[in-house]
Write a protein that binds this ligand. Structure first.
Ligand code: SF4
Length: 367
């Protein structure tokens, strides 16, 4: 039964056709595929899931991505910028609750005041957590010098999503101008690897105009650039964005969800030792969305520890879950969710990407 899927799972090298087949699976054959990947993944990576306390500290952005609710042209977005003391408090919360790591995320800014502020913040976070809290940053496209400065100040993982590896599709979801340049984004990923970051990227799944073949290409792109971490989730439309005009071309939300889970499982097969995040957007579609991602390939989850008052304003997409819970509630809830997925939390561990260490052949041990 399901000979083709069994054959693909056993192969050493996966082709675009193989991945397209897996990504588009439905019904019993899909269930079989997901179950197999879940079993294999526990055997190779174990059951541990790592927390990254997420601080979305500002929704000011200089860019205008056509799908994003906090794009600079959206006049109805309530803008906020959390002050440094509150960010430090959130970092301390993550540390004392044994999260192991935090993620600092904001809209994109490249001005010297912002760059300096981040450098100082990173140093302070390292100071108040005795150098023990791992720091991932997700602050967009910057110069290599800036990436270097932030690396030296204490960040060691960087997430920069390509959103789609297909250049033509990229320009259907971004303005075609110097501020939104596809090649520059790829160059930034290369700079991050050169500086020494564990480097993460990701895509949106179920974009208007997107095909299964393009999604298979996305997975091969991750392999080709030798990525260490992936965060990918279903595309969820935002009414106050230009891309909303193409809503009639979208797959159903359920299809976007199912294909995202198929993508996660397929990527786990393709790159067994990378870190894969269970995106919050999955939970916006299915209340058990993140648990399903953990079962079928994801091993990182990001409790939101942004002060509650600001969470509703960091809306890249609509119907974002967990916008009115405090950090404590979020942590308890996630703990239970991880157990429900038959996984366990690696408290106080950085949970670094194993792939990074084999890629760089370094011996620095994860905390
Ligand atoms: S996706 Fe990121 S860079 Fe683009 S507008 Fe939204 S916050 Fe800014």
């Amino acid at each position: 039964m399901f000979g083709k899927t069994t054959h693909i799972i056993q192969k050493n090298t996966l082709t675009k056709d193989d991945l397209t087949y897996l990504i588009s699976l439905k019904g019993d054959e899909r269930d079989y595929f997901l179950k197999k990947i879940g079993e294999n993944y526990v055997q190779t990576l174990g059951k541990k899931v790592f927390f990254r306390g997420l601080v979305e500290f500002s929704n000011y952005c200089t860019k205008d991505c056509l799908y994003c609710g906090i794009r600079k042209s959206n006049q109805s977005s309530d803008r906020y910028d959390i002050d440094d003391d509150e960010i430090l408090k959130a970092a301390k919360f993550a540390y004392t609750n044994n999260y192991g790591s935090i993620v600092l995320q904001s809209g994109e800014r490249n001005d010297p005041i912002f760059i300096k502020r981040i450098t100082n913040l990173l140093k302070k976070i390292k100071d108040i957590t005795d150098g023990k809290l791992g720091i991932t940053i997700s602050l967009g496209e910057q110069t290599e010098e800036t990436y270097q400065a932030w690396f030296e100040a204490g960040a060691h993982r960087y997430l920069l999503r390509i959103e789609t590896s297909n250049e033509e599709l990229y320009y259907k979801i971004h303005p075609k101008d110097t501020n939104h340049n596809f090649q520059n984004r790829i160059n930034c990923l290369k700079s991050l690897q050169k500086v020494g970051y564990q480097t993460g990227t990701g895509v949106m799944i179920g974009l208007p105009f997107q095909t299964y073949e393009e999604l298979a290409d996305d997975l091969l792109f991750f392999q080709d650039i030798d990525i260490d971490m992936i965060g990918m989730g279903p595309f969820i439309e935002h009414t106050e964005t230009p891309l909303y005009q193409h809503k009639d071309k979208l797959w159903s939300l359920q299809r976007r969800f199912d294909v995202t889970i198929n993508m996660i499982a397929s990527l786990r097969l393709l790159m067994p030792d990378i870190n894969i995040a269970a995106a919050t957007a999955l939970q916006a579609i299915d209340p058990m969305g993140r648990e399903k991602a953990l079962k079928y390939g994801a091993n990182v989850i990001m409790p939101n520890i942004t002060p509650t008052i600001h969470r509703k304003d960091y809306t890249l997409y609509e119907n974002k879950p967990c916008t009115d819970e405090g950090a404590e509630d979020c942590s308890n809830c996630l703990n239970i969710r991880v157990e429900m997925a038959d996984r366990e939390v690696g408290y106080s561990e950085w949970g670094d990407s194993k792939h990074f260490f084999s890629r760089t052949s370094e011996n620095n041990k994860a905390f």
